[in-house]
Design a protein around this ligand. Structure first.
Ligand code: ASP
Length: 360
């Protein structure tokens, strides 16, 4: 989602930030939104929502729920389509690797009726981390397993060990390596010695990228399940865990209220307990869209580092929040730019809905 080219990032001097924060109450608490109507405000009944990359996930989860599958299992099955897709380089198989060239995945899932959660962090060689997180939820007294232990647990439960680094992702990683530091011994893309008859994969500098899928669902009876799964920040320090598997950060469910999830800069979401906060805001009466915007305002107000602000003083990174209320109302919002999220309900195949935007 947000892209930061490392060379520029490392070389950049702190950008003059100032405290030009718009839409924030003097107290630093999120200002109420101005009551603008959004498509999801009026929606009622069963519904599945997801980040923009989840159209197919929504449809799959919806069909499963119609057939009686629990919302938590349905969303995990839905995001499994994206985890298995080598063309989505932000999730599962084909996800961009860490700085050592190893794909490490994070995922979480929560089951509303039992308030039980499951999660895995920095798991390697397992294509479907959300399904492993569901096993943690259903089969253990724990909430989170990480690294080698998570992998062993998955293998014990029948998940195959697989190489997740596709050729495309490996080329992207090699390209990043060669652009990573001006002091290393790698040649830049434009310096590479081209040998006759040889193809070079490196096309140009590769930025850091974020990307993830969140999916939340409420069934006819008002029961809720949600999941978030990702390969996390590309080229991250090995062992770095983002917000996606952190309950209350990248995903949260309260069966009495609703669910929420996040994509984008995980560090900002963790430090603001973003998804938990969105659910609490809905509990206080905000619509899902208002709750998402309020979380983004909160993240904005808590971004103290000047290097994380642009020349206008706004956060230079992006975060997207998605929220679903128990009665079926839904919403999504992004910190900056524009984006859409996916929605499936009785009206037909999953469709895209525009996110509200905090900073146009
Ligand atoms: N939130 C994820 C992370 O920080 C990445 C993303 O959503 O783009 O790991």
């Amino acid at each position: 989602m947000n892209q930061i080219h490392r060379r520029r990032f490392l070389g950049a001097s702190a950008i003059g930030a100032g405290a030009l924060l718009t839409g924030r109450a003097a107290s630093g608490r999120p200002a109420p939104s101005h009551g603008k109507a959004h498509e999801g405000d009026k929606h009622r009944g069963a519904c599945v929502i997801s980040s923009g990359n989840g159209l197919r996930a929504c449809d799959r989860a919806w069909d499963l729920m119609q057939a009686g599958t629990d919302p938590a299992a349905a969303v995990v099955e839905g995001v499994g389509i994206v985890e298995a897709d080598p063309n989505d380089m932000s999730v599962g198989f084909g996800g961009l690797p860490n700085e050592d060239g190893v794909v490490q995945l994070d995922a979480s899932v929560m089951h509303g009726p039992s308030q039980k959660a499951g999660a895995v962090g920095a798991i390697e060689n397992i294509k479907h981390p959300a399904a492993v997180a569901l096993k943690v939820l259903t089969e253990t007294d724990h909430v989170m397993l990480v690294g080698e232990g998570a992998k062993r647990f998955a293998i014990r439960h029948g998940f195959p060990e697989e190489n997740l680094l596709t050729d495309k992702a490996r080329q992207a990683w090699l390209n990043w390596k060669r652009n990573a530091s001006p002091k290393d011994d790698w040649l830049d893309s434009d310096q590479i010695i081209r040998l006759k008859g040889q193809q070079h994969g490196a096309a140009g500098p590769i930025p850091f990228t974020y990307g993830t899928i969140h999916c939340g669902a409420v069934d006819q009876g008002g029961d809720i399940g949600a999941t978030t799964t990702t390969s996390g920040l590309s080229y991250k320090i090995p062992g770095r865990v983002g917000d996606s598997p952190i309950i209350g950060a990248g995903m949260y469910v309260d069966n009495e209220v609703g669910s929420a999830g996040a994509t984008g800069r995980g560090e900002a979401v963790i430090q603001s307990c973003g998804s938990f906060l969105a659910v609490r805001f809905m509990e206080q009466g905000m619509t899902p869209t208002e709750a998402c915007l309020a979380v983004l305002r909160h993240i904005d107000s808590k971004t103290k580092r000047k290097d994380l602000r642009d020349e206008r003083g706004r956060p230079s990174f992006n975060v997207a929040m998605y929220a679903l209320r128990k009665d079926g109302a839904f919403g999504g919002a992004v910190m900056r730019g524009g984006d859409s999220f996916s929605v499936r309900d009785t009206t037909g195949p999953a469709r895209r809905v525009q996110c509200a935007v905090l900073h146009q």
